[in-house]
Design a protein around this ligand. Structure first.
Ligand code: ASP
Length: 342
């Protein structure tokens, strides 16, 4: 049986061409992209495609687009062995994280990739990324089951868990990394899967897509010198339900009375505040210092080693389910699909 793979082309640099007037890169259609990758035909796969109309730069991505990708997967779930999503790199880690929550009981590969250089460029990384993504999406275990049964990002030399990934470089071909989780596969001469790192959903229930993402969440990133009026203003944003507080080091913040009081008052008003470190590696250990413990005392939750991208999309997903603040807090404190180590 030839593997059946659906490519969902959303846009991004991989399919862009230069606008002759402005000289900026702009998304272009899928047929142009495929014309530049004739080698795909050498893979003996049945490949079909769906494309965003129009394809977009991923800086324009929002939860409505995540819903479109999820719908394409849901509608075609039984007819394909795997899915490859072509996507811009800028917000790829957010989309990967969001989809990992939205696609409940996923048992098939959803491999997201793109490139740093457009597919039409001589030195493009797009051709290799696309071909490897297709191979990863088609990979099976000796039992015939899909090797990857989660949302993952394929880029250059690695396959990463989607909800553990972050864009690390605007220049390097190895643009992504998951700083707190090992790669799912190393890509070199061969594709070596790290089987003990792969996620397996404990549920055997059918795929269930959760489309409701509540965008009444925001991030507040601490910086020395942040004023009382700035923080007060941010925490009084109308309708806000959840805040990802990007703290220093192991989850630390100032201990000034005004700072801690504003945070405590927001928690008392029912806002869920999740402590996520600004550091790219490591996590929150908020009882280590007074400067972290003051947040615990004020009712802020530890985000442990979750990425910012996973934290904000997990909050959108949980509030989107219509859960109460208390229940949201409960789920923020457990791993739903391998996004955090607790
Ligand atoms: N701005 C582009 C995008 O995210 C960058 C890329 O694809 O690498 O769509």
């Amino acid at each position: 049986m030839r593997p059946r793979i659906l490519i969902i082309y959303t846009g991004g640099t991989i399919g862009m061409i230069e606008n002759p007037v402005t000289h900026t890169l702009q998304p272009f259609d899928f047929s142009h992209l495929m014309e530049n990758v004739p080698k795909v035909k050498m893979l003996e796969y049945d490949i079909e495609n769906i494309q965003f109309n129009p394809p977009i730069d991923s800086s324009n991505m929002n939860p409505r687009h995540w819903g479109e990708i999820a719908k394409a997967i849901e509608d075609n779930y039984d007819n394909f062995d795997g899915f490859v999503v072509l996507h811009g790199t800028d917000t790829m880690a957010f989309t990967a994280s969001a989809l990992s929550f939205m696609l409940e009981n996923l048992h098939k590969p959803v491999i997201i990739t793109g490139s740093q250089l457009p597919i039409g460029e001589v030195r493009t990384d797009g051709e290799e990324n696309l071909i490897t993504a297709l191979q990863v999406a088609a990979a099976t275990m000796p039992t015939g089951e899909a090797m990857i049964q989660e949302v993952a990002i394929l880029f250059e030399n690695y396959l990463w868990r989607g909800n553990r990934s972050t864009k690390m470089s605007a220049d390097n071909f190895n643009a992504f990394k998951s700083n707190n989780y090992p790669p799912l596969a190393n890509i070199g001469l061969g594709i070596t899967f790290i089987e003990e790192a792969l996620y397996r959903s404990p549920s055997r229930r059918p795929l269930k897509v959760r489309y409701g993402m509540d965008t009444n969440v925001m991030s507040i990133e601490l910086n020395p010198g942040m004023t009382e009026s700035t923080l007060r203003h941010l925490l009084n944003t109308p309708d806000i339900k959840g805040v990802v507080l990007k703290t220093y080091g192991a989850g630390n913040s100032p201990t000034d009375e005004w700072f801690v009081s504003l945070i405590r008052e927001a928690v008392e008003r029912g806002i869920v505040i999740l402590n996520v470190t600004q550091c790219v590696n490591g996590g929150v250990h908020s009882s280590l210092y007074d400067t972290g413990n003051c947040l615990n005392q004020a009712g802020v939750l530890s985000g442990h080693d979750i990425t910012f991208e996973a934290a904000i999309t997990k909050m959108m997903y949980l509030f989107g389910l219509g859960l109460s603040g208390e229940t949201v807090k409960k789920y923020l404190n457990c791993a739903l699909c391998g996004e955090v180590t607790i």
